[in-house]
Write a protein that binds this ligand. Structure first.
Ligand SMILES: Cc1ncc(COP(=O)(O)O)c(C=O)c1O
Length: 382
């Protein structure tokens, strides 16, 4: 219920203006900041609250000086740096299976195009990040519900899941794949948000499971691809950086053949090279040090605010966002409108996800969170 003193007019999702052509394009957050005269911080995206890693940014700036040359066709040395980041012990195996892309979005589309014909199915959660479904539907695949027993040619699971923040640890994830997907099919596992887990994130990630990946392919013909969007951890959504670890080197070669050349530009390659190097180790150490405590503090404030209204704040502690079920679509719409007016836009679950009572808000610095919390003062009875 909205607070009785300040009960506003409900804002239906259909009345909210957006830069997206929502009849043709998939809605994503991150578009409103440039329209706000009083912009403070963007809470509508799941990027790192620390902002842009500065040394990598500087390197990307300097790389513009050579933008009269083509980017390296082998994506080196950035690719080797990323392989070492993903596998600190022996990177050669991953390196042979690694492909960089213009954001994960390019690679999602690439795998969806290349996978055998047939239906598409998401992971187990009621809603998940939509690019996988968008690409599948755009290419004419039948979209199945998570619970549909029909075997899918392509299964895509987002782990940790954006927006709900659900997460399966590695053994559970492998078991889910073993039990759920049909033989001779393709699986994409999106681990974009998984590196937030800890400094030892690799141990709870599929990147540490090369033997199992080779085995499930040999045993059952299940080709498991590991997707990463790097635009979140390293706050470079505008630069566009993603990667794909393929099940085998042969799968990688097949995709490379159909990938548009030079899709990762010169500044983005340079950014990746530096951000995965020792030069930016402090940025990651700080990310792992502050995100959970910033998130816990945001969660505590939201729980206090929404206690009477029964708000539910979802997601793992280590994640860079919270998913808030405000239990009332009018309250959620008003929360979105107020956040925007205060220069701190959030993402309404009504768009794309069909979760009208839910709002996604990024984990941000405490002083920025204060602006959002102030904007929501009196939103519900306390
Ligand atoms: C889980 C997940 N995967 C992939 C992407 C695509 O990211 P990009 O194309 O910016 O790398 C996003 C963006 O929001 C995401 O949240």
């Amino acid at each position: 219920m909205l607070s009785s003193q300040q009960a506003p007019e409900a804002v239906p999702a259909s009345a909210v203006k957006t830069k997206w052509d929502t009849k043709t394009q998939q809605y994503h957050g991150g578009q409103e900041w440039s329209l706000l005269d009083n912009f403070v911080e963007d809470f509508s995206v799941t990027t790192n609250g620390l902002g842009i890693p500065q040394k990598a940014l500087q390197a990307a700036r300097e790389a513009l000086d050579v933008c009269h040359h083509y980017p390296a066709a082998d994506q080196e040395p950035a690719k080797t740096h990323l392989a070492k980041f993903l596998d600190t012990k022996s990177h050669e195996g991953i390196h042979a299976r690694l492909l960089l892309g213009n954001g994960a979005s390019e690679l999602i589309d690439l795998v969806t195009r290349a996978a055998p014909e047939g239906p598409w199915k998401p992971g187990p959660w009621p809603v998940q990040y939509k690019e996988y479904e968008r690409s599948a539907a755009a290419l004419g695949r039948t979209v199945l519900k998570p619970t549909d027993p029909t075997p899918a040619a392509l299964t895509c699971i987002v782990n940790p899941n954006n927006p709900t923040g659900d997460y399966m640890h590695i053994e559970e994830l492998k078991q889910w794949i073993e039990n759920t997907v049909a033989n001779d099919t393709v699986v994409m596992v999106d681990e974009s948000m998984q590196p937030w887990h800890s400094a030892a994130f690799q141990e709870d990630s599929l990147v540490s499971q090369s033997e199992w990946l080779a085995d499930i392919y040999a045993r059952r013909g299940v080709a498991v691809y590991i997707m990463h969007s790097w635009t979140k951890l390293w706050s470079c959504t505008g630069l566009r950086l993603g990667s794909l670890v393929c099940p085998t080197a042969a799968h990688c070669t097949k995709l490379k053949k159909v990938q548009v050349p030079w899709s990762v530009n010169v500044p983005a390659l340079k950014f990746l090279e530096v951000v995965t190097s020792e030069a930016e180790a402090d940025f990651l150490a700080e990310t792992w040090a502050v995100t959970t405590s910033w998130r816990n503090s945001l969660v505590a404030k939201l729980q206090a605010m929404g206690a009477k209204a029964g708000w539910e704040i979802k997601g793992e502690d280590f994640l860079s966002w919270v998913w808030i079920d405000m239990r009332d679509e009018k309250v959620a719409g008003e929360a979105v409108a107020r956040a925007k007016r205060a220069g701190v836009p959030v993402r309404w679950g009504a768009f794309g996800y069909g979760c009208d009572t839910c709002v996604r808000a990024a984990v941000r610095k405490p002083e920025q969170v204060d602006v959002l919390i102030a904007a929501w003062a009196g939103l519900v009875e306390q």
